[in-house]
Design a protein around this ligand. Structure first.
Ligand code: HSE
Length: 316
């Protein structure tokens, strides 16, 4: 028997999706926090998750029920049929937090597997594989976490079939204050809460705001980007699922945040500012207002950053 192949480690960052009006079609990658996945070639065909750390025992190790396992399987079935890999997951992101936790595991897995098997499939193929992981996680193959997670920066998913990902400019300076109340909101539940039909006028306003958001990014005008982060479709429904959210948003805007909205399906709440001191103050405001609502949590001031990548030398 030959010596085992070396482990390849990959990191995939948290992502903030929707960004106000861009339900399921806009997202950005943060610098931290994130998930790590280690992969190595195995003589056993298929994907085998050998251990998971940091998930408090909540995630299945069965590859077909785990987002990382499903994404890695998709990649192998399509580009290396018959190959086998072992995976080790190191969760850094809380589950059901709105920070793209399920997507980050999938993205780290495909990046690690791609390298471990010596493949080069291209970013869109990695995103497609990871979307299948999202389908397992929440019943919908939404790409707005996994696309920014693979590409880095801010991306717009302009079309799904065929996939058309458009990279948008990163505004600078831009501090993203993210605060995660300790209150799990499963994405499937947050999606199921949305109505099947929506008022025409609300769709028109969201479309206009999304156009303004894209324009503001191209102009590097963070004030305009903030002004555009208005969501008449999803936020009003989901705000009810997050105790303290409305107060946290009102307090952050009062304190000069350029925008505040729900990150993905929530409950993570994010705010934007161009001022590092204000960013720290906003973090404190989120902490104070959520505490007043009886919810503890934790947050950080992050920046928009690169996407999933191999970590060399490995950390774990
Ligand atoms: N766009 C998705 C949603 C993101 O809002 O349901 C889930 O993280």
């Amino acid at each position: 028997m030959s010596a085992p192949s070396p482990w390849v480690e990959a990191f995939a960052p948290a992502t903030v999706s929707n960004l106000g009006p861009g339900y399921d079609c806009v997202g950005l990658a943060l610098d931290l926090p994130g998930d790590h996945v280690l992969a190595r070639r195995s003589e056993r065909a298929g994907v085998h998750i050998v251990d998971i750390d940091g998930d408090h025992g909540k995630l299945p190790t069965e590859a077909s029920r785990n987002t990382a396992g499903v994404a890695a399987t998709q990649l192998i079935d399509r580009y290396a049929p018959g190959a086998g890999v072992e995976l080790r997951l190191r969760k850094g992101l809380p589950l059901g937090s709105g920070l793209g936790s399920s997507g980050a595991s999938a993205c780290a897995a495909v990046i690690a597997v791609e390298r471990a098997l010596g493949l080069q499939v291209g970013k869109d193929a990695l995103v497609e594989a990871c979307r299948e992981g999202e389908r397992i996680a929440c019943g919908a193959a939404h790409p707005d976490n996994v696309a920014p997670c693979i590409y880095g920066g801010i991306v717009l998913i302009a079309a799904l079939d065929p996939l058309r990902i458009v990279r948008l400019p990163n505004p600078t300076p831009c501090h993203v204050v993210v605060y995660t109340p300790d209150h799990e909101v499963p994405t499937a539940k947050a999606r199921a809460a949305l109505p099947e039909t929506v008022p025409f006028a609300a769709v028109a306003e969201n479309s206009a705001r999304l156009a303004q958001l894209v324009h503001g990014l191209h102009e590097n005008d963070l004030m305009m980007v903030g002004e555009a982060m208005v969501d008449r479709l999803v936020e009003p429904v989901r705000a009810d699922l997050i105790p303290g959210y409305r107060d946290a948003k009102a307090a952050s805007l009062e304190a000069g945040a350029l925008a505040c909205s729900i990150s993905g399906a929530g409950p993570t709440t994010f705010a934007l500012t161009d001022d590092p001191q204000r960013a720290k103050a906003l973090l404190q405001i989120f902490d104070d207002t959520y505490r007043m609502a009886g919810v503890r949590g934790e947050g950080r001031v992050a920046t928009i950053s690169g996407g999933a990548r191999v970590v060399s030398p490995p950390l774990h």
